[in-house]
Design a protein around this ligand. Structure first.
Ligand code: SAM
Ligand code: SF4
Ligand code: SF4
Length: 371
């Protein structure tokens, strides 16, 4: 069993200053970072709480009854989130994804969805508006989310075997309720629904083929995610990673696959189609195949810190600008300036960084900034 690494520093307590630059960076939609990467995708974490305790994300031993979640006053309000998102769109963002924690635990989330749905990209079109959820509350909320303007959902589901699933969510939540949530989402028109399965060797690799059998031919896109070394609490080790190449080879024993073109630049998943035309699957291979080269994603934490990479140690405190009286132009200028300085490419450097003692301890938790 892998040794559990306890974080030495709570990354939520430290922040980088977000300053309005002397030389204004107006929002032209043409922003690029130091590696020439544009800003297209903003992931917004709306809560750091969750009703699941997936061991790879919020292990029970750490996220127990004594764990200090963020107090309500430090969360960005819906108006603050919408205001910040508007500046990101002005800089070229086209896609907004709500995440968490479990985003459906945030009270009245539909109100935020309806506010974000009113925003426009620089091209004058509504942004793509999606949400990632563990599906536990989806059966109840799918219709109201759709009515509020949500376009699609991604549901995380790590297996179909009830015992395996209950063990992985570690709160004994039944798989049947998540499947109901997926069905409700389709019925409400929140499709094409994507299903994300984190594959952990020794835990759920025997669920790969049953999941593929279940979802192929349904229009639902199943995506296999390599277990990642996010955060510092999940005791990650390479032995538990099942490389996407192996998952694909296993699938191919039953279903021949053909490679498909990427749907959009910077897309995280590599797409493969079933050779018999029964739909497609995706592979998110952050560990074995870095995709930093065209990473166009920014992350906004629950309390308004801007993270430039999923594996960053610190975020830039936009909330202090929002609450400190900065104008929209100043806020946009600060965001632009921060993005212009971005050089993050953690996955490409992972091997090198692992050799540096201590570096593995300084990453922010995924439940705090979202996936
Ligand atoms: N609670 C929601 C959910 O589970 O969909 C949204 C937040 S969750 C942090 C977003 C995604 O991150 C989920 O698909 C989850 O499976 C994935 N995730 C969390 N920890 C991970 C890890 N260590 N490696 C790979 N994926 C992970
Ligand atoms: Fe909760 Fe999602 Fe993390 Fe699981 S992956 S603990 S559902 S935030
Ligand atoms: Fe983007 Fe960071 Fe992931 Fe690379 S490691 S793809 S820069 S989020």
């Amino acid at each position: 069993m892998a040794e559990r690494v306890i974080p030495l520093v709570d990354q939520r307590l430290t922040a980088l200053r977000a300053a309005v630059p002397a030389q204004s960076v107006p929002a032209t939609g043409l922003l690029a970072d130091t590696l020439g990467r544009p800003l297209r995708d903003l992931r917004i974490s709306v809560t750091d709480r969750c009703n699941f305790r997936c061991s790879y994300c919020m292990p029970k031993e750490v996220f127990d009854k004594d764990y200090q979640y963020l107090p309500h006053a430090s969360l960005l309000s819906f108006e603050e989130i919408t205001r910040v998102a508007r500046q990101f769109l002005a800089h070229g963002v086209r896609k907004l994804r709500l995440t968490g924690g479990e985003p459906l635990l945030r009270k009245n989330i539909e109100i935020l969805v309806s506010q974000l749905a009113q925003l426009r990209t620089v091209e004058g079109t509504p942004p793509e508006l999606t949400l990632t959820t563990n599906g536990s509350l989806l059966a109840r909320k799918a219709k109201s989310l759709k009515d509020a303007g949500l376009q699609r959902v991604t549901v995380s589901l790590d297996g179909l075997d009830d015992a395996v699933f209950r063990r992985m969510n570690d709160v004994d939540f039944p798989v049947a309720e998540v499947l109901e949530g997926i069905a409700a989402a389709r019925e409400a028109g929140l499709g094409p629904v994507k299903v994300n399965m984190v594959v952990k060797r020794g835990t759920n690799e025997h669920e790969i083929l049953p999941m593929a059998r279940h979802f192929r031919g349904t229009g639902i896109v199943l995506r296999f995610i390599e277990y990642m070394d996010v955060g510092a609490t999940n005791g990650w080790c390479m032995d538990e990673v099942m490389p996407s190449g192996e998952v694909r080879a296993l699938l191919a024993t039953e279903f021949p696959l053909v490679p498909l073109e990427a749907a959009a630049p910077g897309e995280t998943a590599q797409r493969w189609g079933y050779a018999d035309g029964q739909g497609e699957v995706g592979f998110i291979s952050s560990v074995t195949q870095a995709f930093c080269g065209d990473c166009n994603r920014a992350r906004l934490s629950t309390e308004g810190k801007l993270y430039l990479c999923l594996f960053a140690s610190n975020g830039y405190d936009l909330r202090s600008l929002v609450r400190g009286g900065a104008s929209d132009e100043e806020l946009a200028s600060a965001i632009g300036h921060i993005w212009q300085g971005r050089g993050d490419r953690y996955s490409e450097l992972r091997g090198t960084l692992a050799a540096e003692p201590g570096t593995g301890r300084r990453r922010v938790e995924m439940s705090y900034i979202g996936g």
